[in-house]
Design a protein around this ligand. Structure first.
Ligand SMILES: Cc1ncc(C[n+]2csc(CCOP(=O)(O)OP(=O)(O)O)c2C)c(N)n1
Length: 205
């Protein structure tokens, strides 16, 4: 990005999450975040949603959070994907699962397809004003809302953020990774979804 806004490297943002997550948390990642998460090491309750129909990660996270209320479910979504299924923000707050954390890694571009500006970005909008996802999350009724642009502050606050009563929305201003490629799928999606289901519900076939 060439704007003057402070942004944290996506890798640092996810490293803090990787360090802070509990072993029994479910972490669902998409797009660039899935690529970086896999380099950090996905665990048995994680779902790198690759390939995916854009924007479905929050809805999948909502379903898991409702089915597994004693577990924390963390979704990391891109801004392009968020905009594609904006309605899922309202579906989440309507159901209001206290155990769901939706993290928006906002780099203002569709990074994995060549860094085209998203319609929420300053560069992608006729008015030149980037969309205020934080205000949008508050307006949708997220119980806890946080916003970080600095990796050190995010890492310092992450325990407090993850333990807040949800549904929680976390906006992270991240820089895009120049020349990055899309994530490689770690295996057939249907089989991985079934494996996650088995890992979430021991005893199920
Ligand atoms: C419904 C749908 N349309 C288009 C695509 C192609 N596509 C895959 S990733 C992507 C860009 C994702 O952008 P964003 O969510 O902001 O994540 P980033 O790449 O910046 O991490 C696009 C357009 C898709 N997977 N699904």
């Amino acid at each position: 990005m060439s704007d003057a806004k402070e942004r944290m490297p996506l890798h640092d943002a996810l490293l803090a999450l990787h360090t802070a997550r509990r072993e029994d948390d479910v972490v669902i990642t998409s797009m660039g975040a899935a690529r970086e998460w896999m380099t950090l090491g996905a665990q048995s309750l994680d779902l790198p949603l690759v390939p995916s129909s854009m924007g479905t990660a929050p809805a999948i996270g909502l379903g898991v959070a409702l089915a597994q209320p004693r577990r924390r479910v963390i979704v990391v979504n891109g801004d392009g994907a968020m905009l594609m299924h904006l309605g899922s923000m309202v579906t989440i707050t309507a159901a209001a699962p206290a155990n769901l954390v939706l993290i928006l890694a906002d780099n203002e571009v569709y990074e994995v397809t060549g860094a085209q500006p998203t319609p929420g970005s300053a560069a992608g909008r006729a008015d030149g004003a980037s969309l205020d996802f934080e205000a949008m999350a508050r307006a949708c009724g997220f119980r806890s809302v946080f916003h970080f642009s600095n990796a050190v502050q995010w890492a310092q606050q992450i325990e407090r953020v993850l333990s807040a009563t949800g549904p929680t929305f976390v906006l992270l201003d991240v820089s895009s990774v120049p020349g990055s490629v899309g994530p490689r799928s770690p295996g057939p999606a249907a089989a991985r979804a079934r494996e996650l289901r088995r890992n979430l519900t021991p005893g199920i076939a």
